[in-house]
Write a new protein. Structure first.
Length: 107
C-alpha cells in the first residue's frame, strides 16, 4: 500500500501498538485467541473452550476484555480447564491442552 494514508508512519505506529495490546490481552486471557486485524480496525477474540462459532470483536482492548469476561461467565465453570498458549517470536500461537486436565467438556 505504498503511497496510501494507511502506509504513514503514524498508522504503522498505531498498528504496532494495537498488535502489542492484542498480545497483552492473550496473556491476560489464555483461554482465548486474541488478534488485532488491521484492515477491520478491530480486536477479535475467539474462545478455545467451545466448538461453536463464537467471535467477540471490539475497537478497544478494554471493551474486548469485558466481552470475553462476559462470555466466560455465561459459559460457566466448564470453561475453566487449563490450556497452555505459547506465542513464538514471529507471532504464531501454539496451543496445548493440559494433559492432566482430562477430556474436554461435552458440548
Amino acid at each position: 500500500m505504498t503511497g496510501t494514508a494507511d502506509d504513514s508512519a503514524p498508522a504503522r505506529a498505531r498498528d504496532a501498538a494495537c498488535h502489542q495490546a492484542a498480545k497483552e490481552l492473550r496473556l491476560q486471557h489464555p483461554r482465548w485467541i486474541v488478534l488485532w486485524i488491521s484492515h477491520t480496525g478491530r480486536y477479535h477474540g475467539y474462545p478455545l473452550y467451545t466448538q461453536r462459532s463464537v467471535i467477540q470483536t471490539a475497537e478497544q482492548p478494554a471493551e474486548l476484555a469485558a466481552l470475553m469476561e462476559q462470555a466466560d461467565h455465561a459459559a460457566g465453570p466448564a470453561t475453566s480447564g487449563p490450556v497452555s498458549q505459547m506465542i513464538t517470536p514471529n507471532g504464531r500461537i501454539h496451543l496445548r491442552a493440559d494433559p492432566q486436565a482430562g477430556p474436554p467438556p461435552r458440548q
